[in-house]
Design a protein around this ligand. Structure first.
Ligand code: NAP
Length: 350
């Protein structure tokens, strides 16, 4: 019996791009592709990708159970909300039932984020932190995040791994980073990451750095991010048993760039369009952080989480195990900054 697959978050930036790339990926045979949607319009939209829409509440245990068990769903790619782990826990319980009923292998992918492997979440940043590090689970277990919000996301990663092990489910912790480029889905086509830089600059009429030193952060073009989801799906469907559980971390990144370089490239694009007057980057003081927080809709101490930080998380696993090769270099985000800013401003909805 071949797999029934469910994708959640199909109307989002990452999930929509994944659905859009599905057909041309020529994946190995599976039985059915389902997409979780929340409106009749979304239900109609996902059909163009060959997906059967399912409307249910991902935060209601009995609804998740019915959707997963009644449809014998054995592969879930979860692309909504990296924290807390409420929805994930319902999916895992239901998938354990599918495993029991069918005796087949079942797979759950949890989409987290590079932030959960950064200074914001208490991860080590004194050297490269490889996604293939055999001690990564222990590292994550030991992390003490400076923000409760971030600790919930760390705990969600650990929960998914431990709970999956308990049920014999193969779990994957998929970490997108600063994803950029125009989304290809039917819903949201803008990344939540680069938009924060533009939004803060729009409020402040200037781009501010929020860190001392010259921290870097991993980056990835949306097409490369999509291709990693696809390559992982390919291995699962072909029964090749890709690394999972405590060895199932996958960072989708082509490399890293310095925040300062990203700010500078985006500031040039913002100045060109009259959003800011001075493209020089300056360090934010407490007053600036307060104002930026208001503009971003978050408390001042959280601004640095939205706009900066130290992350040495390094992609190694997918290239070695899945043969994943990003098409774009990390520096491409700097060359593309003008187009990214232009697209964000044309579609801004804050
Ligand atoms: N974009 C990035 O650069 C990036 C980087 C790191 C991590 N991530 C993480 O990756 C995940 C997807 O990101 P994204 O950029 O695709 O976000 P997005 O564009 O905001 O999409 C979010 C998706 O989740 C769905 N959703 C939200 N709440 C839901 C609920 N209660 N029940 C069912 N569906 C719900 C949304 O559906 P509706 O359209 O119906 O609201 C939408 O499909 C997020 O968890 C995000 O934190 C993203």
């Amino acid at each position: 019996m071949s797999h029934n697959i469910l994708i959640t978050g199909g109307s989002g930036y990452l999930g929509g791009s994944l659905l859009a790339g599905w057909k041309e990926a020529s994946l190995p045979a599976y039985n059915k592709l389902f997409a979780l949607v929340r409106t009749p319009e979304q239900a109609e939209a996902v059909k163009q990708y060959g997906a059967e829409p399912l409307i249910f509440d991902a935060y209601n245990e009995s609804e998740v159970w019915a959707a997963v068990v009644d449809n014998n769903i054995s592969v879930v790619f979860h692309l909504i909300a990296p924290r807390p782990h409420v929805s994930q826990s319902y999916f895992l319980k239901a998938m354990a039932e599918v495993k029991k009923n069918t005796g087949r292998d079942v797979h759950f992918l949890h989409t987290t984020g590079a932030k959960i492997f950064s200074s914001h979440a208490g991860a080590p940043t004194d050297g490269p932190l490889l996604d293939s590090d055999p001690k990564l689970f222990e590292i994550q277990k030991a992390q003490k995040a400076p923000f409760a919000y971030m600790q919930q996301a760390v705990d969600a990663n650990n929960f998914v791994i431990e709970e999956s092990e308990k049920y014999g489910i193969r779990s994957y912790i998929f970490a997108p980073c600063i994803v950029y480029g125009e989304g290809e889905g039917f819903g949201n086509r803008i990344s939540i990451q680069t938009v924060a830089v533009v939004r803060a600059a729009d409020v402040m009429k200037r781009v501010y750095r929020v860190d001392t030193g010259r921290p870097t952060w991993p980056v990835c073009h949306i097409r490369d991010n999509t291709s990693l989801y696809i390559e992982l799906m390919r291995k699962i469907l072909s029964g090749e048993n890709p690394g999972h559980g405590k060895k199932g971390y996958y960072l989708a990144a082509s490399g890293s760039v310095a925040w300062d370089d990203l700010y500078a490239a985006m500031a040039t694009a913002l100045a060109k369009r009259g959003i800011i007057n001075d493209e020089t980057i300056v360090m934010a003081n407490d007053e600036n952080l307060e104002a930026m927080g208001k503009g971003l809709g978050c408390p001042a101490p959280f601004v640095e989480v939205m706009l900066g930080g130290y992350c040495t998380f390094t992609a190694d696993h997918a290239s070695k195990e899945l043969g994943w090769k990003p098409l774009y270099t990390p520096e491409h985000i700097l060359e593309y900054a003008d187009a990214e800013v232009d697209f964000i401003l044309r579609n801004k909805n804050w």
